[in-house]
Design a protein around this ligand. Structure first.
Ligand code: SAM
Length: 204
């Protein structure tokens, strides 16, 4: 194998599917079968790591497309000796649509994603009907989708998309409802005086 074709060795805690074109078996990600939570666009993993430390009876899969961030999250997971946390370096929509098995996920998080504010870029927004259909399919009955943004127009867009989709039930989400740590971007944005809006919905 030449250096050009040599495969990158995965980090410890990095999950690399054996086949990127076949639907996963969740046992391939975590063999122990604990409830699965997926954090889309996990960034530097602040949220993912704290969740994995707190909810030790759940497994956490972070999805992130940037290699540097994947390595950083893996380093944190390793330093904290977390066995219930892995990172997959891939595009979120692809993972939800094509890799996650049906009714496999207990909670899906999409926190502080890029709002693509310019109108000509709105089609790049992750939350659209096809994406919601894929989230719905991947969630177990009773499973939840949690979304946060600092961008009021994107928040309204997401609420509209969810209402148009029509299959989710909205749940209350008071601040102290359950342990839910702030993400890295949330901390940065709140320090700049921005406020975040959030929505939590459930598959009936
Ligand atoms: C604004 S940051 C938010 C990170 C983290 N969720 C937080 O709140 O701190 C968005 C992250 O999502 C990643 N990202 C953006 N689009 C993505 C996609 N389509 N698939 C996977 N990761 C994506 C970016 O590389 C970045 O790390």
């Amino acid at each position: 194998m030449t250096s050009a074709t040599k495969q990158r060795q995965p980090e410890i805690c990095e999950f690399m599917p054996a086949d990127y074109f076949a639907r996963l078996d969740t046992k391939d990600i975590f063999a122990d079968g604990k409830p699965l939570e997926v954090d889309l666009g996990t960034g530097d993993g602040t949220f993912l790591i704290k969740m994995a430390q707190h909810y030790t009876d759940h497994n956490f899969l972070g999805v992130e497309r940037l290699l540097g961030r994947v390595k950083k999250v893996c380093r944190k997971a390793r330093n904290n000796e977390l066995t219930n946390c892995k990172v997959l370096r891939l595009e979120s929509k692809y993972v939800v649509e094509w890799l996650l098995p049906e009714e496999s996920v207990d909670r899906m998080h999409l926190l502080c994603p890029d709002p693509w504010p310019k109108e000509r870029h709105h089609k790049r927004r992750l939350v659209q009907q096809e994406f919601l259909e894929a989230v719905f399919r991947a969630l177990k009955p009773g499973g939840e989708f949690c979304f946060k943004t600092d961008h009021p127009e994107y928040f309204d867009w997401v609420v509209d998309e969810i209402n148009t989709f029509g299959k989710f039930q909205q749940l209350d989400w008071p601040e102290d409802a359950f342990y839910y740590p702030k993400t890295d971007f949330q901390v940065q944005w709140e320090a700049e005086g921005k406020t975040l809006q959030r929505i939590r919905v459930q598959k009936p």
